[in-house]
Design a protein around this ligand. Structure first.
Ligand SMILES: Cc1cc2nc3c(=O)[nH]c(=O)nc-3n(C[C@H](O)[C@H](O)[C@H](O)COP(=O)(O)OP(=O)(O)OC[C@H]3O[C@@H](n4cnc5c(N)ncnc54)[C@H](O)[C@@H]3O)c2cc1C
Length: 371
């Protein structure tokens, strides 16, 4: 027998949970199918937990628009739902004169994105804020913060459930058809079943492309390739000298090995960028040397022997280190691209996906209301 629901969301990461809440609040019947036995088992538990201001992304890109909108929605949601967060503020530091020009580019990008609270700091001002930082100039972003990502997901889940959404764990989507007679999904797990739905949101994170490939009738040329860029973290085994988040200027593929003091009071450094072929999360202790040299560019007094391997997260990239036609923006793909009514595929939801989650959810719900 095939059960029918209005809307199915695949994946209970921060994006799927936020989308489910948005759809449920709009009065839709929603079921979230999650392969694992708990929320947040994927990328959403393996990130920096930073609420980004929206500084770095190309003007008018989805990342820029959804990050700026999502940041405000997220701060408001955290305040109203008792989720732990802190507007820590962040310094982006040029470690040598040549990098000051990069700060200028970042400043202009931020302005174009509507981030109008970035402040230029002289060397003296930067060192007054962070005496241990070596810098040739810095920007300060007061609207950057940190959040307890698991607390956020729990609150989003609670909100979605209060509005009627149902979460089905250990329920991997193993196949489906989207061939003109509606959407039908095959769901594995202990009690395999078939579900038909009018609306389907594929928020399977690192597996979004493989889920899409399992949907018979979906044109394969609409599915982007998958590339993985692991981001490793090292934990600082001493009290941090920093009061704010401290970032170097960005590197290709990531934002640079930054210092994050999380809500639990632990300081971590990362993520770096390591292109990998599989979803393996072990942090190679031998990478420590690169961390010491990256961090010492802005914190020269980092003592030897204080960094321990931490954890790793994997970015779902749509293009490899050499780039590619799918670029670096989020891809929110609706019927105008694949011609399947009611289907939204979310691809490449890397950073700033956590920050953007509520704005992505609104965007997806708006798109679905038009199909
Ligand atoms: C190293 C790193 C650092 C980051 N730092 C930040 C940051 O500081 N700030 C920020 O804003 N963003 C950050 N991000 C980005 C952010 O973490 C992600 O954009 C966000 O967590 C993506 O959430 P998601 O729900 O799309 O994916 P996920 O959290 O991976 O959720 C997808 C879910 O789908 C499930 N699933 C997969 N296949 C199936 C299937 N067949 N059937 C059913 N379920 C399935 C998975 O089990 C998983 O639970 C970072 C990302 C990385 C990798």
């Amino acid at each position: 027998m095939t059960e029918h629901v209005d809307s199915v969301v695949i994946g209970a990461g921060v994006i799927g949970i936020a989308v489910a809440g948005q759809l449920a609040r709009a009065g839709r019947e929603v079921i979230v199918l999650e392969a694992c036995d708990a929320i947040g088992s994927g990328i959403s538990s393996r990130n920096s937990e930073i609420i980004h201001a929206g500084i770095y992304y190309p003007k008018d890109s989805l990342k820029a628009r959804l990050c700026v909108a999502g940041r405000d929605l997220l701060y408001t949601f955290c305040e109203s739902h008792g989720v732990e967060f802190k507007r820590s503020g962040k310094l982006i530091v040029a470690t040598e004169q040549a990098e000051v020009a990069t700060l200028q580019t970042i400043f202009e990008k931020a302005k174009a994105n509507g981030v109008d609270d970035l402040q230029w700091l002289t060397v003296k001002q930067a060192q007054a804020m962070e005496p241990h930082v070596r810098t040739a100039g810095a920007l300060f972003s007061p609207s950057t913060g940190i959040v307890d990502s698991h607390g956020l997901m729990l609150a989003l889940q609670g909100d979605a459930e209060e509005n009627g959404a149902v979460f089905a764990f250990s329920s991997p989507v193993t196949g489906g058809q989207v061939d003109g007679c509606g959407i039908v999904l095959e769901v594995g797990g202990e009690t395999p079943m078939r579900i038909s739905c009018d609306r389907l949101v594929n928020a399977a994170g690192l597996h979004a492309q493989s889920v899409a490939r399992k949907l018979e009738g979906l044109a394969p040329e609409t599915i982007p390739p998958t590339f993985y860029a692991r981001g490793n973290y090292f934990i600082l085994g001493m009290k941090s000298p920093f009061r704010h988040l401290v970032y170097p200027v960005p590197v290709p593929g990531g934002l640079g090995t930054h210092s994050v003091l999380d809500m639990g009071g632990q300081t971590k450094f990362g993520p770096d960028v390591e292109w990998v072929d599989s979803l393996v999360y072990d942090v190679d202790p031998n990478r420590a040397e690169r961390f010491y040299s990256a961090i010492r560019r802005y914190w020269p007094d980092l003592p030897d022997g204080v960094l321990q391997p931490g954890y790793a997260g994997i970015r779902p990239k749509l293009a490899g280190p050499e780039g590619g036609k799918w670029g670096t923006d989020f891809v929110v793909q609706g019927p105008e691209c694949h011609a399947v009514a009611g289907l939204i595929n979310l691809y490449g939801i890397e950073s700033p996906g956590l920050t953007s989650s509520l704005a992505i959810a609104k965007w997806v719900a708006d798109l679905l209301s038009k199909t």
